[in-house]
Design a protein around this ligand. Structure first.
Ligand code: GTR
Length: 390
């Protein structure tokens, strides 16, 4: 009887705490933590103070409270070109299928990268790298299957290289098996409350692909955009925040614990994401279930960590779960940090309408008509951002 009552109580608590709000009028009043004020209470007025003091403080807060540590040491790394075709896409591109093997503690992971480099434009080529969280058929190297999720021909026609790897090579997207990947190389992470979990592992993978790009003469490693959709977009943000070698970050429909402000409590909330996907973020993050206002950060600070590099955040009009307005506001709240670098945002004061993209450096945004997805429309605008850069 007691057990039944406890179970019922738990159910009631969970139901209450996960109730979703989609009504702008019901967004609670909130105060965001200051981006440009140090833990010691000093105003950050210079780029130097940002880089030497405040930026490392914020990075640490995200590591400790949300995404976990990002281990950087490994014993060795090996790159193997498993397949190459100089005349892929009817001669338009060179295909390389690359296996990246990373070793530590006698364990290893293999990251499989599909890369197309344009044949008829300048080399080394800038590249857009997708962290693929959907089926591998979306990044078919044979091009028999073509998908708007990764419209490789369109990117090649625009003069950019395009690449992808799959999240499951780093951490299966499953609460029971996520540790069967990168985390095996760093078993101490599993013990730590601020240890790496799945989103951290995917971001770690993007950095290893960056290690490879630095060795590939066809690629301009100073011009790599890391792209992710939804859970992959949470990972692309974390990758770019951690690894400043990424020149551009694209986060598509990344929503809660992605580009949207948590304190608005609009659409998906922390309790819900931690309950459905307990393997995405570290143990400490669970302390903020139903307590968004206790977080020492909010997501505008993650965007600030990407400054001065261009960032593109998107939403879709029917994807209220990912809070399009909260995403726009997070970008706006990061503008001050870009201003420290003399960069002026071109975003308007209020969210633009549907299908009214602002694909301009340094802070780009759009709200596409339609569902939660990554489409050729989105990619077309990412390319506009790439071209708009000085
Ligand atoms: C949802 C999740 C979102 C988003 C999405 C996706 O179920 O609640 O945070 O990550 O999955 O990845 O498509």
């Amino acid at each position: 009887m007691k057990q039944i009552l406890t179970a019922l109580l738990l159910l009631v608590c969970l139901t209450n705490s996960t109730a979703q709000n989609y009504d702008e009028a019901k967004v609670p009043a909130y105060v965001l933590p200051e981006v440009l004020k140090t833990a010691a209470g000093k105003e950050v007025k210079s780029r130097k103070m940002w880089e030497d003091v405040r930026r490392p403080e914020i990075l640490r807060l995200f590591e400790d409270n949300i995404y976990g540590q990002m281990p950087k040491d490994y014993d060795s790394i090996r790159y193997t070109i498993k397949n190459e075709d100089k005349g892929a896409m009817n001669g338009k591109a060179r295909l390389k299928e690359v296996a990246i093997n990373v070793y530590r503690n006698r364990k290893s992971v293999e990251i499989n990268v599909v890369l197309f480099v344009p044949n008829h434009s300048k080399k080394p080529a800038p590249v857009l790298l997708l962290i693929n969280n959907r089926g591998t058929e979306n990044t078919d190297p044979t091009r028999k299957v073509k998908s708007g999720f990764w419209p490789a021909e369109m990117v090649i026609d625009s003069g950019y290289a395009v690449a992808a790897f799959h999240v499951s090579d780093l951490a299966p997207d499953n609460k029971d098996t996520f540790m069967n990947g990168v985390v095996q190389l760093y078993p101490e992470q599993l013990e730590a409350d601020n240890g790496m979990r799945a989103i951290g592992a995917w971001a770690w993978g993007a950095s290893r692909v960056m290690d490879y790009f630095e060795k590939d003469k066809d690629i301009d490693a100073g011009n790599v955009a890391v792209v992710g959709h939804s859970r992959g977009g949470k990972a692309s943000l974390w990758a770019a925040a951690q690894d400043q070698r990424f020149a551009v970050c694209v986060t598509n429909c990344s929503g809660n614990t992605g580009a949207a402000l948590a304190r608005r409590q609009f659409g998906e909330r922390i309790t819900r994401i931690n309950t459905t996907f307990p393997h995405w973020f570290n143990n400490n993050y669970k302390k903020f279930n139903d307590k968004e206002n206790d977080l020492p950060v909010d997501q505008h600070m993650l965007i600030a960590l990407i400054a001065p590099r261009p960032l593109y955040a998107t939403n879709a009009s029917k994807d209220l779960w990912a809070d399009p307005t909260g995403t726009f506001l997070a970008l706006k709240k990061a503008e001050k940090t870009y201003a420290l670098y003399g960069l002026k945002s071109k975003l308007p004061a209020n969210p633009p309408g549907i299908n009214a993209p602002i694909p301009s450096s340094p802070l780009a945004y759009h709200n596409r008509e339609g569902e939660h997805d990554l489409t050729a429309y989105d990619w077309g605008n990412f390319i506009r951002l790439m071209k708009s850069r000085p």
